[in-house]
Design a protein around this ligand. Structure first.
Ligand code: ADP
Length: 493
């Protein structure tokens, strides 16, 4: 149960970890995609605006070069029909003066720099003026910023796009596209000068990506996929544990059967030895007496003597059979075994049996390991028998009254294992006979389990005792000699 729970926790932890890592990777991928899309759009915006402002330089240079005569037709006024962003065109002939003094200042600057210069930047009204000093006439153009933008080539939908695009000049801002800039999440920014010295504006673009923009659908799908994979993996682990447990039980069953066979043969030999001897002797005597008339007493005596010899031989054969089926001496297999581990492994094997009977076994053990000298297989068999007996006894009481405890303890020389149950207990008159071979109160029982356990315990230099458990139930106490400090073997090895 503990192992299954452990697996569940490990599975849950792994699920959380892999899901979190995957979701972070998915979120990063989505944010990178959004950032790249934003930067591509911002670069296109910058290039389009740069092309436009450079075009203004070219228009002014052409005007200065052509220097149309100052006649009434004023051809430069036709510019506005061709370039909708140019809203006013002014011209100052050599003798003339600018109506606005800012144009005069800009003209002086333009003459010094030999390129168009800004005269007035009024982002609040969405316009600016550009002056180019030339001979004999200088020109001033007024631009409508909104018309400067080539909207037909604009890479975003100006009303719907979440990207904010602003033109910045010396603290003034002109919003080309409002976008949606909220709080929280991630903010991408793009900042670059326009590629024209005469119109030194900055393009400033921003994009706010909120938590809702993360790929939640994919993340959920990933979490579900990881959960499915881990559930499959856990099922596989469970399957493997169940198979191992079944194999262990089979092995234990085989060992138990072999030992039970030995016990059976031993019991049968014990039971049959005397009757067989008597029967043989009587039969021989009777047959001889019946065959002779008058009976030949000398022959009868010889025959009886021979019969007795035969009977003794038969007894010897039975004795040999008994020796032949004797179990291997557990004392020969003794090694250091940690009781805690041995009990835990047996409880693990019996998990399904406990579950079937709604019994939750408890292990009360000191924190320091109790290490005894034992044959690991024999010890496992004893524990298995005692626990199975306890479970069978518990079947006879209501579920709510069922309790099974294995307590470990030690004194100066012995490690003590006590198996206690709250079943019907052992009646006082039954207690002295409980370790006798073939003694059983169960209809399907062989009555060899406890007798075998007692022999195994004795073979390991220990002992097994049965007691009444107060207030109700039975208590079996197995004592085994403590091991000197040293290596520890697993109970199933
Ligand atoms: P079997 O289980 O085949 O009967 P055992 O030698 O294991 O043989 O047990 C002998 C008898 O001891 C059982 O029939 C039962 O009456 C009694 N017994 C053993 N363990 C318990 C227990 N925990 N509570 C009550 N009686 C028990």
């Amino acid at each position: 149960m503990r192992k299954a729970q452990q697996h569940r926790w490990i599975g849950l932890l792994l699920w959380g970890l892999i899901t979190a890592l995957g979701c972070v990777a998915l979120a990063r991928m989505e944010l990178t995609r959004q950032r790249e899309a934003f930067e591509t759009d911002a670069r296109i915006v910058h290039r389009l605006l740069s092309q436009r402002v450079v075009q203004h330089d070219a228009v002014m240079a052409t005007l200065a070069l052509l220097q149309a005569p100052p006649d009434a037709s004023q051809p430069e006024q036709r510019l506005m029909a061709v370039y909708p962003q140019i809203t006013v065109v002014q011209r100052r002939d050599r003798a003339g003066v600018w109506a606005d003094d800012r144009l005069r200042v800009a003209e002086t600057l333009s003459r010094a720099l030999r390129r168009p210069a800004l005269a007035e930047v009024d982002f609040a009204r969405g316009r600016y003026q550009l002056v180019l000093a030339a001979e004999p006439a200088s020109y001033a153009l007024q631009m409508d910023i909104r018309q400067v933008v080539p909207w037909s080539e604009w890479p975003m939908a100006p009303e719907a796009s979440p990207v904010r695009v602003v033109l910045v000049h010396e603290g003034q801002e002109y919003v080309l596209q409002a976008g949606h800039i909220g709080q929280g999440g991630w903010r991408f920014e793009f900042h670059k000068h326009l590629a024209a010295e005469s119109q030194p504006f900055d393009v400033f673009a921003q994009r706010q990506v909120g938590w809702l923009a993360l790929p939640w659908g994919w993340m959920l799908a990933w979490a579900a996929l990881v959960a499915a994979a881990l559930t499959g993996w856990l099922a596989l682990l469970r399957q493997r544990a169940a198979r191992r447990r079944a194999e262990e039980l089979l092995r234990l069953g085989q060992v138990a059967r072999l030992n039970a066979l030995g016990e059976l043969a031993a019991g049968m030999a014990h039971e049959l030895n005397q009757p067989l001897t008597a029967l043989l002797a009587n039969t021989q005597a009777s047959s001889r007496l019946l065959a002779e008339d008058p009976p030949d007493m000398t022959t009868i005596r010889e025959a009886l003597a021979q019969a007795a010899d035969q009977a003794r031989r038969a007894a010897a054969v039975v004795g040999r059979l008994r020796r032949a089926v004797e179990r291997p001496d557990p004392a020969a297999q003794l090694q250091a075994v940690m009781l805690q581990q041995a009990v835990q492994e047996t409880l693990y094997l019996l998990e399904p049996e406990c579950r079937k009977r709604a019994v939750q076994p408890a292990l009360e053990a000191p924190s320091a390991p109790v290490i005894v000298m034992a044959d690991p297989v024999a010890l496992e068999q004893i524990l298995h028998n005692l626990l199975m007996n306890a479970l069978q006894a518990l079947e006879q009481v209501p579920e709510k009254d069922r309790s099974l405890t294995v307590a470990l303890d030690s004194n100066a020389e012995q490690g003590i294992t006590t198996v206690m149950d709250t079943g019907p207990g052992i009646p006082a008159q039954v207690l002295p006979r409980i370790f006798e071979p073939f003694f059983t109160t169960r209809s399907g029982g062989l009555g060899l389990g406890l007798s075998l356990c007692e022999s195994l315990a004795a073979g390991m230099g220990g002992c097994l005792q049965a007691n009444h458990h107060s207030p109700q139930g039975a208590e079996f106490r197995l004592t085994l000699p403590l091991a000197a400090a040293g290596g520890v073997a697993s109970a199933s090895s």
